[in-house]
Write a protein that binds this ligand. Sequence first.
Ligand SMILES: [Zn+2]
Length: 235
Amino acid sequence: MVNALYMDNSYLRSWKAKVIGVKDGKFITLDQTAFYPKGGGQPWDEGFIIKDNDKFNIVYVGKFSGEISHEVDKEGLKEGDEVSCELNWERRYTYMRYHTASHLISKILYNKANAKITGNQIEMEKTRMDFSMVDYSPEKLKAYVDEANEIIGQNLPITTEYMTREEVLGKEELARLAVGLPANIKEFRIVNIGDFDKQVDGGTHVNQLKEIGTIEILKTVNKGKNNRRMYFILR
Ligand SMILES: [Zn+2]
């Protein structure tokens, strides 16, 4: 199994690694990587793998049967190569800010309106959240986002920890989301926003809420109680 460095340090931007596999010339596996593979609504990281001043551009990172595969733009890397890796930090940091913001909003929607998130997609310029909410109005949603911004003002710390399946199921706020937990995984990563929110999550997050900035609703779409949609941006 690859050592996924982003799980314990989302601020790591450059590191050394060894190529442990090359498939079809352009699909690279490394012994350790901080390149985030697409998943959980968060896009993959971009950046470079550098071998003797030769730069290989990352065009896609995906997770396939537990392995993280990096697609590069040209052939030339070989098994056993010692390489340097470098993240496109601006892209990644934007995703971190949006990802933490979406956890914060989802918790407020759940607390205040018993709303459940049914989908989300983070992008560079905006993030989309889909949710179910019985008692909905654009004004209510605006009030929830105002509350999120107030909580950002408290600058709560974001921390991660690991739990067993039994521990996850024993925590009420985690158990509600635990239905879809893969059966073969024994240890789960938990992302905490202070004491305010706890989620099972594999994404990358900021260290402190203030890094998010200010959340602003860009657009709302209402297609019935099980199908509300919001786009938000960060300022
Ligand atoms: Zn998440």
